[in-house]
Each structure stands twice: as structure tokens, then as C-alpha cells.
Design a protein around this ligand. Structure first.
Ligand code: CP
Length: 332
């Protein structure tokens, strides 16, 4: 199975076989983190730059650990330590970083499209770690791996994505990827946070939590993005939680083997109750664990591909089976 992406800027338009190639590779990498010595030499001598212009706990840490588990060197740059505070443009920052010959740049930025802009200015692979309200592809990939582990084939499952769909890059990436893999997607939230354009992407829209989660196989809760809400999209936090907070009563409407997901960070009591977040159907910590494997897979696939690619060549990188065979006993 081939992986042909040059960057990972989003999941819109990425074919099912490429998504499955990433997930298969991630699944094969999971056991490395269970070893006594959690390191393989796959990316020895490579450099990964994490360029984060927004706060992050899970994504930034897991990219750093993922690179280290593959023996790559990592450099972390945040807003406060970057020369953009002195007026440098994002493109100039990226060009200067590229002049130091990194093998990939992982970018989180508050502006939608920032990663696409950088991909036009540098030749090394860019990985989108969340750009504004646009996409967060690695989050959706780790969500898919988690769904696959708990429920098998994604095709035919009913997935309810609940919350601030208007501002959620997690929701958008999941919508694209879940539809590509054949899931039925319900988007659930107040009308002000539920763009009708998503119907054209094959989603059902629900303004009632009960109808949205009824008989669902997967309920994916989204964080209320208060930092991106320039206006009042609901009258009050209390009113939002009264209608859309996932509690045990709402969970009982879903399939008996439903799984409950949340990308984090959680707003407990606002979009999800603690009983549900910490309850028997929650797979939230599995999502975090899978985030590491997915990011290892992407770093491996993108860096190996970019090194394999000569001028004018359309190199393809093998996924799951081959790295597993090659890395099986290898330890750094
Ligand atoms: N899910 C997610 O992106 O979390 P962080 O903001 O902590 O990276």
C-alpha cells in the first residue's frame, strides 16, 4: 500500500487508501512504546522542528516524543521564542528554519491556511498540527485509529460529532476523513455553530442532542472554542451545557457499545460531564496513546518519502508491513 503525500496539510481530498496506509503504519508502530527501550533508529540523523504559535499539550508533546522514539533530533519553537514577535513574517521564519536543513516542520498556527502558505515557501514536508478553524489532520487520524481499534471497520458506523462545528478544525478533519472511509456522520449543535454547508459534504445536521446521538456507534464531543468565538453564539455557558453537555442520560440513547471521544482539552461540565469523560464508554486516553503512534507514522512516511524523491520522480513509500519487518528487532 502506497503513501504519496508530500505534506500533510489536511484530510480533505486524501484518498481512503492513503488514510489507511497511515493508520496501518501507526498500528505497526504502537508496540515500540511498550518496549523496555522505546527507541528505533528509523529517523536517526533527521531533524524535526515543532513550530507552535498556539498552546498545546497533547499535539506538541506527542510530536516530540514520536520524533525521539524514531531517533530524530527535535527543536521546539513557540510564539514567545520566535522572531515573529520582532516583526518577521511567518514565511520568512519558515525559510530561515529551512536554511538549517530540517527534515520536516510541524506547524500549529491560529490562522486558517498558514500551513498551506508555508508549504509554498519551503521544500521540506510541512505537517499541519492545527491551523485556525481549518483542519487538524493528525487529531482526526488518531481518532480514526481509535475507532478502528474499538469498532473495527469505520465504513457503515454512525458517528455523532457534537459541539462547536463552526470553529472546530478537529470536526472538519474528521468529517472529511470519516466520509472518505464510508461512515455516516451526524453533526450536532446549536444552529449558530452548525454550518449548513456541511450538508454538501454528506453530513446530517441535528440541532437536538437526543436525536443526534440516538443509536450512534461513536459520539465525538468537541471543545467549545471560546478563544475563536468573536461573537456570542449561544446565550450563556449554562444554557449551552443544559442542551448540549453529554451526560449519562444522553449516552443511554446511543448503541449499547458506544464509544465516547474528546480531543481534549476538556471543559468538564460544559460539553461533557465528568461521569461520562471518566466512565466506562470513554476512550479519551486511548486517543492520546494513539496520537503518539499516528505522529510516529507520519514523521516516518513523510521524511522517508521526501528523501526517496528525486527530481521529477513520483516516489511511493511503502507503509505498514515493510517498516514493521524492518524495525521489528531494531533498537537504537
Ligand atoms: N487535541 C489537541 O490538539 O490538544 P492540544 O491542544 O493539547 O494539542
Amino acid at each position: 500500500m502506497a503513501f504519496t503525500q508530500r505534506h500533510l496539510l489536511g484530510l480533505e481530498g486524501v484518498p481512503a487508501e492513503e488514510i489507511n496506509a497511515i493508520l496501518d503504519t501507526a498500528a505497526s508502530f504502537k508496540e515500540i512504546s511498550d518496549r523496555d527501550i522505546k527507541k528505533v533508529p528509523a529517523l536517526r540523523g533527521k531533524t524535526v522542528i515543532n513550530l507552535f504559535y498556539e498552546p498545546s499539550t497533547r499535539t506538541r508533546t506527542s510530536f516530540e516524543i514520536a520524533a525521539k522514539r524514531l531517533s530524530a533530533d527535535t527543536v521546539n519553537i513557540s510564539t514567545s521564542s520566535s522572531s515573529t514577535t520582532k516583526g518577521e513574517t511567518l514565511a520568512d521564519t519558515a525559510r530561515n528554519l529551512e536554511a538549517m536543513r530540517p527534515d520536516t516542520i510541524v506547524v500549529r498556527h491560529p490562522s486558517s491556511g498558514a500551513c498551506h502558505l508555508l508549504a509554498r515557501h519551503v521544500s521540506c514536508p510541512i505537517i499541519n498540527a492545527g491551523d485556525g478553524c481549518h483542519e487538524h489532520p493528525t487529531q482526526a487520524l488518531l481518532d480514526l485509529l481509535t475507532i478502528r481499534e474499538h469498532r473495527g471497520d469505520v465504513a457503515g458506523l454512525t458517528v455523532a460529532i457534537v459541539g462547536d462545528l463552526l470553529h472546530s478544525r478537529v470536526g472538519r478533519s474528521n468529517l472529511h476523513a470519516l466520509r472518505t472511509l464510508g461512515a455516516n456522520v451526524r453533526l450536532v449543535g446549536p444552529p449558530t455553530l452548525l454550518p449548513v454547508e456541511f450538508r454538501a459534504l454528506g453530513a446530517e445536521l441535528h440541532t437536538s442532542l437526543a436525536s443526534g446521538v440516538r443509536d450512534a456507534d461513536v459520539i465525538m464531543m468537541l471543545r467549545i472554542q471560546r478563544e475563536r468565538q468573536g461573537a456570542n453564539f449561544f446565550p450563556s455557558v449554562d444554557e449551552y451545557s443544559q442542551y448540549f453537555c453529554l451526560n449519562e442520560q444522553a449516552v443511554r440513547l446511543a448503541k449499547p457499545n458506544v464509544i465516547i471521544m474528546h480531543p481534549g482539552p476538556l471543559n468538564r461540565g460544559l460539553e461533557i460531564s465528568s461521569e461520562v469523560a471518566d466512565g466506562p464508554y470513554s476512550v479519551i486516553m486511548d486517543q492520546v496513546t494513539n496520537g503518539l503512534a499516528v505522529r510516529m507514522a507520519l514523521l516516518y512516511l513523510l521524511i522517508v518519502r521526501s528523501k526517496a524523491e528525486g527530481p521529477g520522480e513520483a516516489a511511493e513509500v511503502e507503509s505498514a508491513a515493510e517498516p514493521k519487518r524492518r524495525l521489528g528487532g531494531a533498537r537504537a
